[in-house]
Design a protein around this ligand. Sequence first.
Ligand code: FES
Ligand SMILES: [Fe+2]
Length: 348
Amino acid sequence: MFPRNFWYVAGWDWEIRRQELFRRTLCNEPVVFWRREDGKPVALEDRCCHRHVPLSGGRLRGDNVECPYHGLTYDCTGACVRVPSQKAIPPSARVRSYPVVERHHWIWIWMGDPALADPALIEDYHWNDDPAWRFKGERLQVEGNYLLLVDNLLDLTHLQFVHRTTLGTEAISNFPIKVEREDTRVRVTRWIMDSPAPPFFQKAGGFSPTEHVDRWQIIEFTPPGFVRLDVGAARAGTGAPEGDRSQGFTMRNLNALTPETDSSTHYFWGQAHNFGIDDPSITEMLFNQVHTAFLEDLVIVRNQQSNIDAYASKLPDQVDFGQDAGGIRARRIVQDIIDAENAATDQH
Ligand code: FES
Ligand SMILES: [Fe+2]
C-alpha cells in the first residue's frame, strides 16, 4: 500500500520526550516512541507480543518499556528482557524495532528493511535549522490519503479558488507550467510575470497593491510524500527569472506528508524565510498566513476523501487536464516503487 524502504517523518523533535511514551500510527502501523535516558529517540511496534496490548499505555523503567497488562519488559531493540511470571524468555518474545534518526527538527523513521536504513538517504530539509533562515512549522491532521495532498501541492492553480483571500490572484492560471522529471524527482515551475502581488506577498515583500511583480513557484516532489516549494516575488522586470532575486523575497514551504492510514495523513510542514530573520513577527506572520491557507486545503481534501469512500469500488475514473502533469508523474513514481518493492518481496 505504501513504499516501505524510505525515511518518513514521524514527528517533531519536541513531540517525542524523555520519560514519556508516545503513540503514533504511521503507514497503518502503530508505533510507540520515547527517548532513552541519553536523549536518543527509540521506536518500537506499539503492540505487546503477549496479548497485543499497546505498550504506549505502559511505563518506562530506565530505557526499557513495561507492558501495562502483565508486565513484560522490552529493551530498545524490541527484545523482551523480563517476563514477571517466569525465568525463561523465549526468543520469539520480541516486537519490531524501527531505525530512527533525529535531523532538521524531525524524528525520521525507516518503515522498511532495517538493513537498508542508510541515514544518507534522509531528504534535505536543512532550512528547518539553518542559521541563515528562520522557520516555524507544525503538524496538521489530514482526513485524506497523502497523495491527495501531493496532487494539491503540485497543482497550484487551486490558489486562486481555494485561497482567494490569501495566496491567490486571478493571474495564476494564465501562466503555463513546465513539468520536468529526473529519475524519481518531479519539478513543476511556473512564473507569473508582471502581475499584481497577492495580499500575503504585499505584506511579506513590502510591495504596494498597485505594484507589479514577477512571481515564481518552483515545486519539487520526491517520494513518497516530500514536496518542497521555492516561492517568492520580485519587482517586475528586475531579472528574477535570470537569477537576480535582490528586488524581492524568497521563502521555502517545506512539506513532509506521512501516511497515517489509507485515508489519513500526518502533514508536517514549515515555512522558512531568509529575509528579516531578526524579526520573529515576520516568521509568525508567514506561518499564520500559510496555516490559514492549509486549513482551506484540508477541507477540500477531506471532502475529496469522503466522496472517494462513498463511491468505493464504483468510483468513476477522474478526468485529467494539463495542470495535473506534476501529480500524475508523482503518483506514477510512487506506484512504480510500490510495484518494485512488492516484486522483491514475492521473490523471497
Ligand atoms: S499483554 Fe503485554 S504482558 Fe500480557
Ligand atoms: Fe493550497
